[in-house]
Design a protein around this ligand. Sequence first.
Ligand SMILES: *Cc1c(COP(=O)(O)O)cnc(C)c1O
Length: 456
Amino acid sequence: MAGLPHKILLDESQLPTQWYNVVPDLPGPPPPPLHPGTLQPIGPDDLAPLFPDDLIAQEVSTERFVDIPGEVLDVYRLWRPSPLYRAHRLERALGTPARIYYKYEGVSPAGSHKPNTAVPQAFYNARAGARRLTTETGAGQWGTALAFASGLFDLECEVWQVGASYDQKPYRRTMMETFGARVHRSPSDLTRAGRGVRAEDPQHPGSLGIAISEAVEVAAGDPETRYALGSVLNHVLLHQTVIGEETLLQLAAVEEVPDVIVGCTGGGSNFGGLTFPFLREKLAGRMSPVIRAVEPVSCPSLTRGVYAYDFGDTAGLTPLMKMHTLGHGFVPDPIHAGGLRYHGMSPLMSHVYELGLVEALALPQTECFAAAVRFARTEGIVPAPEPTHALAACIREALACRESGEEKVIVTALCGHGHLDLAAYDAYLSGRMVDEDVTEERLAPSLAGLPSVPTP
Ligand SMILES: *Cc1c(COP(=O)(O)O)cnc(C)c1O
């Protein structure tokens, strides 16, 4: 190991100055979002009550590259470019000839990749004159990122945190409040959507879909308030491509070409951010990595969902998006990877999956935490519960290489650290963590509740 690079760093002058939009490089565009009333494709005007013009333009953009504003680059420089590590000690522990690289996004202020999009979203909203942003948060990562970014651009920030995680992760709330946000337990009494759910079940653990309904309802009712989403939408995946652009430069610096790229998928943003620049290279014939999304067996939107138009939230307030979905009424088990508990998948990622350009795999959480503990003990970083899924898939691949003798180059995004998720590690280490599979009986009602949209 002596002399081999462990940490591949870029200097600030190599920070990408453009985000990459994969849409023009695909064989066809993703199906458009539809207005839930008319079932016609929505236009920019339909989105105007929720988002500023710049973000709407990015949402529908067909330009391959979008310049990153100087004000955003200035903030990115607080932690970017982020390091790419070679996992020498993990490789040795696995006895694999594979070479494993991980791009570490835990160095950001929130401890995850989420500030990559929170900062530009806050910037564009502030420039358009917004006074307040509302949002939802599951594990608390997105709320933390938006709280931080809002403060930098003098915006108020109000967060609906999924009840189960609000109860389990009090320190996330403290972190959001430290950055200046107001945090509500969702479902709350502050919105019609929240009151509706609470009327049926006052102890409801909440879900991302419900929290989105609450944040959207408040933003739609106040002209000075806009809504910000931390994943799923095209502009979010666009902003996250700084991850993949940097990783391309870092691998080139050590003359490596990836054979397999794996990442965890909740709404698809860290995965899209890592993989789209590589997909561009693949489509141009310059490399041919296998690209693999990893999701929890408890919320298997890609591997067991249907590809259909569905709402992004539980109350049905959002436009209809064509995506891999378990149905907007599906409430996943409260697994520890809160960021992966979303009923749908980004429409853009779903489209890319339908085109056969990426594969998907679902893993149980105990296998993921076993991988994470192994990783922590060799590489020294305690991963967030979400990327434990990616690490478990890396380990599966590396062990297959041990059998076959193949020296594959495996690349993943370690998209966050788990310093505020130690309760999950405690559950795992004390043997209390269980794997819950989703039965067909449980999926059936939420799939039956999909809105009916005639095929054009
Ligand atoms: C939010 C989050 C996720 C899930 O969101 P994606 O859009 O799929 O990336 C995964 N990992 C971490 C650390 C997160 O904070």
